[in-house]
Design a protein around this ligand. Structure first.
Ligand code: UGA
Length: 433
């Protein structure tokens, strides 16, 4: 099929390349010239494992091209809207200006029978509003909402082999067009749910709200564990064996961040309030508060580990991204901890395999190094806040030779505390005795 993807960020760039990989003829459109030039040259402007490979192979087939001109989307049968919906300044609500601008930009270019497919995460009611506009301004086209569930770090796999497909549609024709687009996944037996706009929009935010709640639940347990001497990791293993609960997303630590979970639960709460159902989602404010408390807990542990003050103490912060296998530092708990410790007068040296450039753009006042050894050298305290493989694999004996003081805070509960203690380290985790 002929497909356009409007918005070439983490979501859109992967979607465009994956659709071309599946055999479609794709044009990716974005207003950011730098981004488009990089993608056209096969170099994604962000780190996503597997993306450079499919970008290169799809571009070589001639099925994938990029443009800054929305007019190049004309002639496509399907137009995916994949622009961002960040948190609006000064409120919890989502900022829909990019969705509206992309939609408006597309209107004059919609061919007869074209299908506009929203992928962006939006407040429930957005699709109905856009659908009504379409019926008015371009009745030859129709609208579907097809939320995306990809995880950064696994985006290529999640797009090519999704665990479910959700179509919010106004008519059966839209569903059959999407079936064509996703034929490979459907033939592979991927479950497909065809529903209305509102349900499709809600599925997306409900899924992220559930995941955020699961993480904050285990972090709340870790707070109680700290007060009682219990071990939250063993607790998570034990309750996780119950298939109704499941072990995944039960890792206590410095909490969730990124461009999705934090802003999505806030926007969901704001939308529920607009709908007069604020009480129904009031618990998500607690989920957010528990999550933000974890960052403070790590900072407090650092102060405690250094005898009451971090002032002029050298602290190695391992990780700045919101999770491993990503260069994304949006709302990153790790970067937040580094900034807070710096604010308290510590000499912080932050390191990360992929995230330094993005972190420096936001917080140029911090000291960064790409070398883990350099970050560790002479440190009075080590704070592990993103569980990159390299940090999980650190050897306590060897690391002990580099630092000035054998103190470590495991902000992701990934280290073997016994092995580190045996090597003479003072170790603290979150909710671990
Ligand atoms: C999340 C969802 O998992 C995706 O399904 C969704 O499509 C995406 O948001 C989106 O809305 O676009 P992502 O933001 O890539 O994906 O990251 P996650 O893997 O969900 O991790 C989010 C945060 O939770 C990270 O900071 C991670 O460190 C943290 N986390 C995760 C924990 O603290 N504990 C856990 O047990 C799991």
């Amino acid at each position: 099929m002929r497909i356009s993807v409007i918005g070439c960020g983490y979501l859109g760039a992967v979607h465009a390349a994956a659709m071309a990989e599946l055999g479609h003829q794709v044009v990716g459109v974005d207003v950011d010239e730098r981004k488009i030039a990089a993608l056209a040259a096969g170099h994604p402007p962000f780190f996503e494992p597997g993306l450079p490979e499919i970008l290169t192979s799809a571009t070589a087939t001639g099925r994938l091209r990029f443009s800054t001109d929305i007019a190049d989307a004309a002639g496509s049968e399907v137009h995916f809207l994949a622009v961002g919906t960040p948190q609006a300044a000064g409120t919890n609500a989502a900022d829909l200006r990019y969705v509206d601008a992309a939609f408006d930009g597309l209107l004059p270019h919609l061919a007869d029978g074209a299908l506009v497919v929203g992928k962006s995460t939006v407040p429930v009611g957005t699709a109905a509003r856009l659908g009504a506009r379409l019926a008015d301004a371009a009745p030859q086209a129709s609208l579907a909402w097809n939320p995306e569930f990809l995880r950064e770090g696994f985006a290529v796999k999640d797009t090519l082999e999704p665990d479910r497909l959700v179509y919010g549609v106004g008519d059966e024709h839209a569903a059959s067009v999407l079936d064509h687009v996703y034929r490979a996944a459907i033939e592979a037996g991927t479950p497909r749910i065809v529903t209305d706009y509102a349900t499709a929009e809600l599925v997306k935010v409900a899924a992220n709200a559930f995941l955020a709640t699961k993480i904050s639940f285990i972090n709340a347990m870790s707070e109680v564990a700290d007060a009682t001497g219990a071990d939250v990791t063993a607790l998570a293993d034990a309750i996780g064996h119950d298939a109704r609960i499941g072990r995944r997303f039960l890792n206590a630590g410095v909490g969730f961040g990124g461009g999705c979970l934090p802003k999505d639960i806030r926007a969901f709460t704001a939308r529920a309030e607009e709908l007069g159902r604020g009480d129904s989602l009031a618990f998500l404010k607690e989920v957010d508060a528990i999550n933000l408390r974890q960052r403070q807990r790590v900072v407090d542990l650092a102060v405690e580990a250094l005898g009451g003050s971090v002032f002029r103490k050298r602290i190695a912060v391992l990780g700045v991204t919101f999770k491993p296998d990503s260069d994304d530092v949006r709302d990153s708990p790790a970067l937040d901890v580094a900034v807070q410790l710096t604010g308290l007068g510590a000499d912080v040296v932050a390191t990360d395999p992929e995230g330094i450039e993005n972190a420096r753009a936001r917080h140029p006042q911090l000291d960064y190094t790409t070398s883990t050894r350099e970050a560790l050298s002479g440190a009075d305290l080590v704070v592990l806040v993103t569980e990159w493989r390299e940090y999980r694999a650190l050897d306590p004996v060897e690391t002990g030779r580099l630092v000035a003081g054998r103190r470590i805070i495991d902000g992701r509960n990934v280290l073997d505390l016994g092995a580190w203690r045996a090597a003479g380290w003072q170790v603290r985790g979150l909710g671990r005795p």
